[in-house]
Each structure stands twice: as C-alpha cells, then as structure tokens.
Design a protein around this ligand. Structure first.
Ligand code: F6R
Length: 582
C-alpha cells in the first residue's frame, strides 16, 4: 500500500525519473501522488503533488539530482492535495508508507507546529524537524523519531541543506537499487528495474543513507553499521511491464501458461524441509487473506484428499480468536503473494514468539514473510502488478498441491499431475478462448447480481470467483458451497440471474438444475458439457488439480466484465496491491 521511491545520483533529471518509477509502483496505491526535487540551483526543495492517478501525469521538474516521491492509498486523512505526500515541515521533507498508530499522542506534544494535513506522516516530519532543532544530526533525529513510532513504516527523508536521502523501515518494504552512478530506494523493484537489477534488501529496524552511488546501512536503533550483500534479482524488465498487453491483469492471466509449470522447479529438498515442520507439528494452520486465503482453502481439500491431513484454514484477521491454541508444536503455513500483508505478519510475529514453526509461501522473495519463515517456498510467478491476484493464486495452489503429495512421499506423482495440468492450461489459454468468454460476458454484464457455486476444492474457487468479479467489475457476486444453496441462498435466484457452476459432478449438476428451475441462467465451467448449462466454459480435466484450471476462465470473465463496464481492471476503486495496513 503506497509506493515510495527515491533517487540520489548525478543526473539532474531525478524528478522526472522518480515520476517514471512511481508510475511503475502505481498498483500499490493510486489516489494521489507527489514528487519532491532538491533543486540543483540552490538546494531548496520543490514539491509538486496532486490528487488523482499518477499514470497520466506529465510534468516538468526543475533540475536536481535528488528526488523522492509517493503514490498514495489513503489511510489517515481523505484524498486531498493537502494529505498527499511529500510532507514538508521545517527543514524536513518526507514520504511514508505505513501507519503511525500513536501519531495523535505525538501531535499533541508538538505544540509549536502548525499542521497542514490530517496525516500521520506530517507528524513524523515534525518530530524529525523538532529533534533537528534540539541539536540532533539528521540520522540521530530520524533514529529518535523512528523509535517512537508504533506501527509499520517505510520512510524516505530529505533534509534541507544536507545532500543525500535517508530511508528507514520497520514492517513496510524498502529495497535499495545500486546503479553505476546513482542509488535508488523503493517499495518494490519495478521502480528501478530499468536501471539496475542489483539490490540490497533493507531489513526491519534498519536505515540507509544514500548519496550518489554510495549507500551506508545502519541499525535504526543503535546506529551501528550494517553490512549488506549485493543481490542480483532474476526479474526481467518485460515481466514487470505491460508490453503489448492492454492491461496487467490479462497479461498475468495469460502468463499462467508458464507459471504453473514453473512451480515444478521447486527443489525437493525445500519441499521436504517444509513437510518435516508440518509432520513434526501437532496442529497446523493456513493463515492468509483474500485470494491467498481462498488458495489455502483449496489446499485444505488437497491435503485432506491426498495425504489425509487436516489443516485449519483461518483468515489472518480472524486468527486472534484462536491464537491461544498456538504453541511450540504448531505449524503455520502463511500464504501471501506480497509477503507483506499486515494481518498475516502480525499473526506470524506473535506465533513465532510462542515458538510456532512458520512455513512461508510468497511470490516476493525479499518480503517480510519470506524472511520471517523457518522454511520459505517461492511460488515463483514473477511480478504480479494487477491489483487482482491471478497467476499468484494458481501458483500458490499448484505449490500447495505438490506439498500435499510430498506429505505422502509422492512428489513425482504430484509433479506429473501438475505437469499435465500446466500443459492443458497452456492449450486452453488462446485468443479464441478469450473471445468466447468475452461473448459470455456481453450476455451477462447487465445483471446486477451473479452467483457462483462449487463443491469440494471448487467451493473455495466459487468464493474466489466472487472476489475477482466484485473487485474489478463491481457487480455484486457471491460464491456458495453448492450444497448450501437450498439452505437459504436459492431465495436470491430470479429469472435470468447468471449463476456460474464450477464442476460437472452429479451432485453439482443437480444443484445447477435446482437453480435453473428457478429461472437462473447457468454458466458451466467444467471438463464436460452438461444439458443444464446455458453457456459452457470448457476447462481440462485435471485429476485432482481442478481448482487450478477452473478459476482461470472466471478470471478472464471478470476482466471482460470490467472492460464492458468501462472500468480499469488494473486499478479497481478503493483497493491497492499489498495491504500493509490492518
Ligand atoms: C484479490 C487480492 C487480495 C489479496 C490479499 C492478500 O484479488 O489480490 O484479496 O489476495 O490482499 O494479499 P497477499 O497475497 O499479498 O497476502
């Protein structure tokens, strides 16, 4: 949530470069933006900020070799120009990603300051400025302020009259990019991937001072120097760019032609390490949010069917009610694309303190969850930039499917099934398939309600289908367990109500018939065509991995419903990728 980006280097066009990099982080937040340039002519700071999406912004900035910027997803304070970052207080200009939970207490003590915004961020800037006035050096002032912040933060700070940029983090991501003549600091790698793929990952409670091509790392609490390794990230620029595609969402949907097969590259040793933690445990939980939670729900069925293991699935935000059952014999499998989701992180932090063993499945390798886990498994789907998670979700399910086979020493059988699944998904995903789904979308787009049903591992996919349709098309969509319909939800069905039926097993087909007799229009998603279907979206028969294939046509349907309604599927309202606030 919120993208932040800084450059310190030798090019006087730092402002334009920060704007360009921020556009690549727009998926993290897109209600307002701002850039600050330290002007070459006299060292003063120039700030430009506006409400609205950054993607369409064209600006000329004054010359300056250092700049910081921000693309916002509002938390404290509405979407106004005054609340947009950067915030300047006295000598300090600052951008922030995260939440400063106790900011009101501090705001009250800073009586000499006149605050211009409703944000928590402006209070951090004032605290740093106040410490400067009391005689602290910039890095001392930042350290003092940071130690008083309760909550999660990543900040980039410019101090008037001092060259270089300071950055610090606790809980929100920050990555340093090492160019030949300049240094970058960003919430995510795509901001600077065009310039460099050599990075240093900033850990929690660390700080960096960057000036030109130099970067000095230190412990945020003690000031002690910290050594960092240069790491080359394997991402290619094309993976993080839209290229010929009209949106990231459809690009990422089609990337599932490769991403599911890529999961098979997972080393056996890693899978076995994860399994060992699970097998030694006495009670296991999947913890995740949103789409990742639905992938974990599907995995609950995979484990039950394949290895006979019961794993509890709890949305991270609901886990506090069950935390008293967490102990050193508990295994927690955290599933997260970003690896930064605040609700998940908090549970993991507390569970780890209680001695629980953490298995983390993330897409972002450098993420907090990846680093916190005792065993980390990469879902290896490549950068996912559309807000709606697609390829990450299927890669998560594929990896968890493989893990269930590992549980019974049958990794190779799991690999064979997934290989066949990946190859039939590769065949299925073609332009003709997409245009057929678009035509189905055209026939249902005007209905205000849409329902989805599924059984077994297709039940979580019914829930996930609803998320995809809701978030990008704003159509009211709801998923149900197929057998639950007659216990209430069937009352919602009217003549012509579109109902997506995932699966072609006998019981689900009979549930579809119940819906049809009440007037529903049935859209079947299955390997075989059934008489009850009014529309049919064919998916391959995947031998237990059906959930993985079945969600894909619904992803495409959601995408086209959004386009038909004139919406931007990459940037749905009120949402942002990577939910780093609770
Ligand atoms: C929906 C979606 C979200 C995320 C959720 C968890 O398409 O993307 O529901 O799945 O916010 O995010 P991660 O996986 O990053 O923990």
């Amino acid at each position: 949530m919120c993208g932040i980006f800084a450059i310190s280097g030798d090019s006087p066009k730092a402002g334009a470069s920060v704007l360009k990099g921020l556009k690549k982080l727009e998926y993290r937040g897109y209600d307002s933006w701002g850039v600050c340039v330290r002007e070459s002519k006299d060292g003063t700071v120039f700030i430009d900020k506006e409400i609205g999406k950054i993607s369409t912004v064209r600006r000329n900035f004054p010359d300056g070799c250092e700049a910081i910027g921000h693309s916002r997803w509002a938390t404290h304070g509405g979407v106004t120009k005054a609340n947009a970052h950067p915030h300047q207080v006295g000598k300090v200009t600052l951008v922030h990603n995260g939440i400063f939970e106790n900011y009101i207490t501090h705001k009250k003590t800073l009586k000499t300051y006149k605050f211009l915004s409703e944000t928590d961020t402006e209070v951090i800037a004032a605290m740093i400025d106040n410490f400067l006035h009391q005689g602290s050096t910039p890095d001392q002032a930042i350290r003092k302020a940071a130690t008083q912040i309760e909550g999660r933060f990543a900040i980039l700070v410019m101090v008037e009259g001092i060259s270089g940029i300071y950055a610090a983090r606790r809980g929100s991501p920050l990555i340093v990019g090492r160019g030949s003549n300049q240094t970058f600091v960003a919430s995510d790698i795509p901001a600077f991937l065009e310039q460099t793929n050599v990075v240093n990952y900033l850990d929690d409670n660390e700080m960096v001072y960057v000036c030109g091509k130099n970067a000095q790392f230190s412990d945020l609490r003690t000031g002690d120097p910290v050594q960092k390794r240069n790491i080359e990230v394997p991402w290619k620029i094309e993976e993080a760019e839209k290229g010929e595609w009209s949106h990231f969402m459809i690009k990422e949907i089609f990337e599932q032609k490769e991403t599911i097969a890529r999961v098979l590259k997972q080393e056996d040793e890693k899978l076995l390490q994860a399994m060992k933690l699970l097998q030694e445990s006495n009670g296991a939980y999947f913890i995740a949010c949103g789409t990742a939670h639905k992938a974990a729900m599907a995995a609950e069925y995979f484990f039950a069917d394949i290895s006979g293991r019961k794993i509890n699935v709890v949305p991270a935000s609901e886990m506090p009610s069950f935390e008293r059952f967490v102990n050193p014999k508990t295994a927690i499998i955290a599933v997260s694309q970003s690896g930064e989701t605040a609700d998940v992180l908090e549970i993991l932090e507390r569970s780890k303190k209680k001695g629980a063993k953490i298995i983390g499945l993330t897409n972002v390798l450098s993420s907090s969850i990846a680093r916190m886990a005792h065993v980390h498994l990469s879902i290896n789907a490549g950068p996912e930039k559309a807000v709606a998670s697609t390829k990450a979700a299927t890669a998560q399910m594929a990896l968890l499917f493989l893990l269930a086979f590992t549980d019974v020493n049958k990794i190779n059988i799991g690999r064979q099934i997934l290989w066949a699944t990946a190859s039939s998904i590769n065949d299925m995903l073609n332009p003709r398939y997409e245009s057929w789904i678009r035509s189905v979308a055209e026939r249902i787009v005007d209905h205000p309600n849409l329902f989805i049903i599924g059984r077994k591992s297709l039940y979580p996919m019914a829930l996930e289908s609803a998320i995809k349709i809701q978030e990008v098309s704003y159509i009211h969509a709801q998923g149900f367990a197929a057998g639950e319909l007659k216990h209430g939800p069937i009352a919602l069905i009217e003549k012509g109500t579109p109902c997506i039926v995932l699966g072609d097993d006998q019981e689900t087909v009979s549930n579809a018939t119940e819906l049809k007799s009440r007037g529903a229009k049935i859209i079947g998603v299955s390997a075989t065509k059934q008489d009850v279907f009014d529309e049919w979206l064919r998916v391959p028969d995947c031998n237990g991995a059906q959930a993985i294939a079945s969600i894909i046509p619904v992803q495409i349907l959601a995408y086209h419903l959004a386009l038909l309604k004139g919406l931007d599927p990459d940037m749905p309202r009120n949402l942002a990728k990577s939910v780093t606030v609770k």
